[in-house]
Write a protein that binds this ligand. Structure first.
Ligand code: SF4
Length: 433
């Protein structure tokens, strides 16, 4: 719902509008309770915005025009040039993929037509999850379930607040819960490098425990916890630098929990073979489900990463890192990683889509690059073709999928700027092929 300050019937492009219940596209949580004012195209977050949301919505857009080789051209000329480059490429790479559901559908349609490879800019973090999900399976919760039910939260990793600034406010200690079943106080345990102990505060937070260790030691701590939950003997006095007595105390807390949740954000586990840490976290959940209710909750999904993976799965049957070179989708999480391909000199054209934040810089590469980007996107060098595009949920309506993968949220057109949708630009390029 939206309402104007004058209280009159709203018209598109009114000079002053206030939008409520706005969903925010600037991280994977997609908080949908923001209130935003549009004054002649200048947005102001009035309620419920974090710093990341404010810098996203209130960012001033630089002057922008479609460009070929750095020179301003019309949109039609840029589309024609992009189609020509894609038409003559043997192995086009479709990366970035920071867009909504409609943009992602169009990207897949174009990649299929062009015989290209499809991979999201942040898929390395996501693959820490995919490897575990494909090989071992897991039991997960949702943001809503966790917010309403959890009486024990074990938060694994670091920088969750940096990725999702309102996670603690909305999920760990929300002002209201949906049911009267939540324990009056929930225990919060941090295992990781930058313990965010001070963030776990509020009326719903009881005991807060910090088990500080390096990210690469988290798996060892979780492994020891799983062993002690099964009453296995451990000779060492510490595991991952944590005293065994503390791990035993956490095991007891787990046994007493009625609804425990292990939370992790794959991008924060940026160490080699971090999928083994995810496997320990999800294994802990499976172990505890033998006797009680426990679940995992994966965060992340910024820059439309969860949306890209979900749409690719619906359309092709595989999660990202696919190639249409043979005419049918082929999945290979190693060979079709675009960052690996570029480092190995593979691919002869990069099509980079970054419509959400200006920080999703295309990788430095010598091959020609077509960029569909939000104005102000940082570029390492001049793109062969640059087409400024709108941000879903700001410049046009759209849809994104939340980090827990269970809901897709509608995004409003806040009328910041008249910029084309990624979906429309890609459809025009495909039509011009
Ligand atoms: S936490 Fe994320 S989704 Fe919520 S307001 Fe901040 S940036 Fe937006």
């Amino acid at each position: 719902m939206q309402n104007s300050s004058a209280g009159k019937a709203k018209e598109k492009h009114a000079t002053h509008e206030v939008f409520d219940n706005v969903a925010c596209p600037f991280c994977g949580m997609l908080c949908d309770d923001l209130e935003i004012e549009n004054n002649d195209g200048t947005l102001k977050v009035l309620k419920n915005g974090c710093g990341r949301a404010i810098s996203g919505f209130e960012r001033k857009l630089p002057a922008n025009s479609p460009q070929i080789g750095g020179k301003d051209v019309t949109l039609a000329e840029a589309v024609k040039e992009a189609a020509a480059l894609i038409g003559k490429a043997d192995s086009p790479l479709f990366g970035g993929l920071a867009t909504g559901v409609e943009g992602m559908r169009a990207a897949l349609a174009l990649a299929e037509r062009a015989g290209g490879v499809v991979d999201h800019a942040l898929s390395e973090g996501q693959y820490r999850n995919v490897k575990v999900l494909q090989s071992a399976g897991w039991i997960t919760s949702t943001l809503t379930e966790t917010r309403n039910r959890a009486d024990l939260l074990i938060i694994v990793g670091s920088d969750i607040r940096k990725l999702h600034p309102r996670f603690f406010e909305r999920i760990v200690s929300p002002p209201h819960s949906m049911f009267e079943v939540t324990a009056p106080k929930r225990a919060v345990v941090f295992i990781g490098e930058v313990p965010e102990r001070k963030d776990a505060a509020g009326p719903q937070v009881g005991q807060v425990i910090t088990l500080a260790c390096k990210v690469e030691q988290i798996g060892e701590v979780l492994g020891a916890l799983r062993a002690r939950l099964r009453s296995f003997h451990i000779n060492a006095k510490t595991a991952g630098g944590i005293a065994l007595a503390k791990i035993d105390a956490l095991a007891e807390l787990c046994r007493q929990a009625k609804y425990g949740v292990v939370v992790w954000a794959p991008p924060t586990l940026d160490v080699p073979h971090a999928e083994l840490t995810v496997e320990q976290a999800t294994g802990l959940v499976k172990d505890l489900n033998q006797t009680q209710r426990f679940a995992g909750l994966s965060l992340g999904g910024n820059e439309g990463a969860v949306t890209a993976a979900a749409v690719t799965t619906w359309q092709s049957g595989f999660p990202l890192r696919i190639s249409y070179a043979s005419g049918a989708p082929q999945f290979d999480p190693y060979n079709y990683s675009i960052s690996r391909m570029l480092a190995a000199g593979e691919g002869d054209l990069l099509v980079w889509i970054a419509s959400i934040s200006p920080d999703l810089t295309p990788p430095a590469t010598d091959i020609p690059t077509i960029v569909l980007g939000t104005p102000g996107l940082k570029l390492p060098r001049k793109a062969a073709v640059f087409i400024p595009v709108g941000t879903p949920g700001v410049d046009h309506a759209g849809r994104l999928i939340r980090c827990d993968s269970v809901v897709s949220l509608p995004l409003k057109n806040l009328h910041r700027a008249e910029l084309p949708r990624v979906a429309d630009v890609l459809a025009s390029i495909e039509a011009a092929l």
